[in-house]
Unconditional design. Structure first.
Lengths: 63, 440
């Protein structure tokens, strides 16, 4: 009884995962750092993880 | 005029008859009435039998000590809704390969249901409930000895000579310590058939008993015994295989689940529009890279694959810090990749490790316009190292993540196969104690 129910639950979960996350890949992929970047109100640049980024390309460098 | 006593409309309720042992004077309670053939005094072991007049006669005086059994004489218990009383206890044993395997048989009695056998195996602690067959099983011709009774087929498990070692209480046959019988056990768990052939002064007598495995806790609770039952060990001949209890349902489920997997995988493959968003090569390590890209469909989550391929990469490493910033939401995704490839010859053997490219798959990237920012680094720690001169990057959206399909397949097929393996191991342990064990 336990093994049959365990099998049904596990199989149901992996099929749900395939159906609802197979395209987006939220759970079974590399988990990168995510977060909202900060915008410098003066220069308009945005900042994240110590790297300056600004719209329009190019790299500012520094921290 | 004398008044006549009122006549009873019903018979008085049946009651156990209490008599005394003719040898030691100990009290003996009789329950089985006319079916009783032999009474063994539980106190001294003397054998008594009823005479034609109904009184007990001493057949054989004895002075052995009372031996405690796992259930006491006259214990009452309810099994499958029927109340039984232990009226006789018989200990038996067989010897296989020089080892004695004892068991205790409890003759149960219910005035409306008759007799049953409750059997406790001292060697493994398992219990079975037996009833005499109302017919004989049919012997089937096969390589492995089999018999059929009604709609079940039973495989031969073992043969042994069973010897009575101790008796007390009432019995429906003339039992003696030292009685021998040739026993053959056939199994179809949780049921079993036992045949016993005994030779007496009146010739051979064969009895067939249908048995069923009982859970030790069920027996203990039924007979209201204190504490826990003696622990069970190993796999009993009639113990149901828990891994095969729902075998048919599991294999049928597997087919249905595989069909579902097929449909879902097909739908997933049809919904993906895999596209290379960015594919650039010969990019210099001298300065960071910045590109504006459009990934996926706006607002929809997608999975991307990012590939970093320094060129040439020979006994060196290269590293990239990457950030993708969604220009609409300013949500950033940051990750890094390191590619390293080393090779050489040590003690005459060539070796290599690492790879000349690094790739990462990232899920749940919301579609939209992105700013890609990449800061490359390379190995310049020694003048003997030839660092890569350029690198390439590839970004693919809507990648097909086969890991989801593979994981589902592993579960759908793997668990039934695991259950099948465990069931097979369980049966191996069961048959290890049979006449058909490997090496016996």
């Amino acid at each position: 009884m336990f093994f049959r129910n365990f099998y049904w639950i596990c199989a149901g979960l992996v099929l749900l995962l395939l159906a609802f996350d197979g395209a987006a890949g939220n759970l079974l992929t590399f988990a990168p750092d995510r977060g909202k970047v900060d915008r410098d109100p003066a220069s308009g640049t945005i900042r994240s993880q110590g790297i300056f980024v600004w719209f329009g390309g190019g790299y500012q460098g520094g921290k | 005029m004398t008044q006549e006593a009122p006549r009873k409309l019903f018979r008085a309720e049946a009651q156990a008859e209490s008599v005394k042992c003719l040898n030691c004077g100990g009290p003996i309670a009789l329950h089985s009435f006319g079916a009783m053939q032999r009474v063994i005094c539980p106190h001294c072991g003397s054998a008594l039998a009823s005479t034609n007049s109904g009184a007990l006669a001493l057949l054989e005086a004895a002075s052995r000590k009372h031996q405690p059994s796992v259930l006491p004489l006259h214990a009452r218990g309810t099994l499958e809704g029927i109340e039984w009383e232990v009226i006789g206890i018989c200990w038996r044993r067989c010897i296989v390969d020089g080892f004695a395997y004892p068991w205790q048989e409890f003759l149960l009695f219910n005035p409306y249901r008759g007799f049953r056998w409750l059997i406790y195996s001292n060697s493994d602690g398992h219990w079975t409930l037996g009833v005499n067959l109302d017919g004989a099983p049919e012997i089937l011709k096969s390589s492995h000895h089999r018999v059929r009774f009604k709609d079940r087929k039973y495989r031969h498990f073992q043969s042994a000579e069973a010897v009575v070692t101790y008796v007390e209480g009432e019995f429906t046959w003339e039992v003696h310590v030292g009685d021998k019988a040739e026993a053959n056990d056939f199994v179809d768990p949780p049921f079993g058939l036992s045949t016993e052939q005994a030779t007496g002064p009146d010739g051979d007598e064969i009895t067939f008993t249908l048995q069923q495995h009982l859970d030790a806790r069920t027996v203990w609770k039924a007979f209201a015994q204190p504490g826990k039952p003696p622990p069970t060990r190993g796999v009993a001949p009639l113990q149901p295989n828990p891994w095969r209890r729902h075998r048919r349902q599991i294999w049928l489920s597997m087919l249905v689940l595989f069909g579902l997997w097929w449909v879902l995988s097909d739908r997933l493959a049809a919904s993906l529009h895999t596209r290379t968003v960015l594919n650039e090569h010969n990019i210099s390590f001298d300065e960071p890279l910045s590109r504006t890209l459009t990934i996926g469909r706006t607002g929809e989550a997608t999975a991307i694959e990012f590939i970093f391929s320094p060129d040439p990469l020979d006994n060196a490493w290269a590293y990239a810090d990457v950030m993708l910033v969604n220009l609409a939401t300013e949500q950033a995704v940051g990750f890094s990749l390191e590619a390293s490839y080393y090779h050489g010859v040590t003690d005459g053997e060539s070796w290599s490790e690492g790879s000349s490219r690094a790739a990462v798959t990232i899920g749940n990237v919301i579609g939209g316009e992105y700013l890609l920012q990449l800061q490359p680094q390379r190995d310049t720690s020694s003048i003997f190292i030839h660092p890569p001169t350029s690198f390439g990057i590839t970004l693919i959206e809507d990648v097909h993540l086969t890991r989801y399909s593979v994981l589902a397949l592993l579960v759908i097929f793997g668990l039934p196969m695991f259950g099948g393996l465990m069931g097979w191991i369980f049966e191996r342990r069961r048959w290890k104690n049979s006449d058909y064990a490997q090496g016996s």
